[in-house]
Design a protein around this ligand. Structure first.
Ligand SMILES: *[C@@H]1O[C@H](CO)[C@@H](O)[C@H](O)[C@H]1NC(C)=O
Ligand SMILES: *[C@@H]1O[C@H](CO)[C@@H](O)[C@H](O)[C@H]1NC(C)=O
Length: 312
């Protein structure tokens, strides 16, 4: 095996062999493994945009084999994948992404998890939602990926929510634009899990209230709206959401009409939620992310309470 040729930015020298041994121990077929090591990982030396953008971002050292165990069309342009990851060393924090290695595809993808870390703990499953673009990994997900396809994943990213049980209870405000919903949905689902545990056992982290602001082009691009509304209905005293569409051309269906506002998320709406007990997580197109983080700062929200991810 050409382990010596495996050089990925962010992987320390001592852990280079980990790619081969981990992948092998998770029963990747020899041909998949050869493709991964020779084709995708080696060529990733050429630095792709995701790797380039995130070259300085901390990564975990585990590259784990993953098998596709579910594919769902979430909207005309978004597919979500469920991946089965058996490697117990693989874990992530709500809000993080994975480097996504595809056998035979030389470009490495970067996709955010949209599931809760609890789903991984309980069922060894992670979920990713991938928007259609011409980027080879996204093309592969949309056109070639099937049930039982084998890939490999490695966790990275500094945008996450990971409170410790003894941390001060905080409220969360999550602000999502378009596919920026993915990491924030992971955080929302994790927050709901933490609240369930607190409500049932009075143990773990005590979470405050959670408010999601989520804006997309139109109702079909407002992916996961049903999952979000289910959480709001399960915990009406804890979780609230404000859903927005900016370019709706058809009438909003009766089912969703009560929950959806036409027009952007406004600074006034956000201002109502400003306090020193609140953490703000923002993920969306760069102009939107910058707009809201500057807005919060100018309203005296401490910088360490504002988290944002721009490149989605
Ligand atoms: C939303 O926009 C997309 C892309 O422009 C379009 O394909 C889809 O039909 C639109 N959906 C609705 C409900 O207007
Ligand atoms: C948060 O606390 C700091 C220091 O006590 C204060 O200067 C600031 O105005 C407070 N911000 C908000 C939004 O209440």
């Amino acid at each position: 095996m050409a382990c010596t040729a495996v050089l990925i930015p962010g992987l320390a020298g001592g852990s280079l062999g980990a790619i081969c041994t981990r992948a092998a121990s998770s029963r990747l077929t020899p041909s998949t493994l050869r493709h991964l090591t020779l084709a995708s990982i080696m060529k990733s030396k050429r630095k792709t945009d995701h790797l380039e953008r995130t070259a300085s971002v901390v990564r975990r050292e585990v590259v784990a084999a993953a098998k596709v165990c579910g594919i769902t069309r979430e909207s005309p342009s978004v597919k979500s994948l469920r991946l089965f990851v058996t490697d117990k060393e693989f874990s992530f924090k709500a809000g993080q992404w994975v480097d996504f290695f595809i056998p035979g595809v030389s470009v490495v993808g970067g996709f955010s998890m949209c599931s809760s870390p609890r789903l991984l703990k309980q069922e060894r499953v992670i979920e990713l939602a991938v928007k259609y673009t011409n980027h080879p990994p996204a093309l592969w997900v949309h056109n070639e990926c099937t049930l039982d396809s084998e890939v490999a994943v490695r966790v990275g990213g500094e945008f996450f929510f990971d409170p410790q049980p003894t941390d001060t209870p905080r409220n969360l405000v999550l602000i999502a634009g378009g596919v920026g919903i993915n990491p924030l949905l992971s955080i929302l689902r994790y927050a709901a899990d933490l609240y369930r545990e607190w409500a049932n056992k009075r143990s773990g982290y005590e979470i405050g209230t959670i408010k999601l602001f989520y804006s997309a082009k139109n109702t079909s691009e407002l992916v996961f709206k049903k999952n979000i509304l289910d959480l709001v209905n399960e915990f009406p005293e804890k979780i609230a959401c404000s859903l927005h569409v900016t370019k709706q051309t058809t009438q909003i269906s009766a089912e969703f009409r009560p929950y959806i506002t036409e027009g952007r998320i406004t600074e006034e709406e956000i201002k109502d939620h400003i306090s020193n007990e609140t953490l703000f997580y923002i993920c969306g197109p760069p102009p939107m992310t910058e707009f809201f983080s500057k807005q919060l700062e100018s309203n005296h929200v401490p910088k360490e309470h504002i988290f944002f991810e721009k490149w989605w």
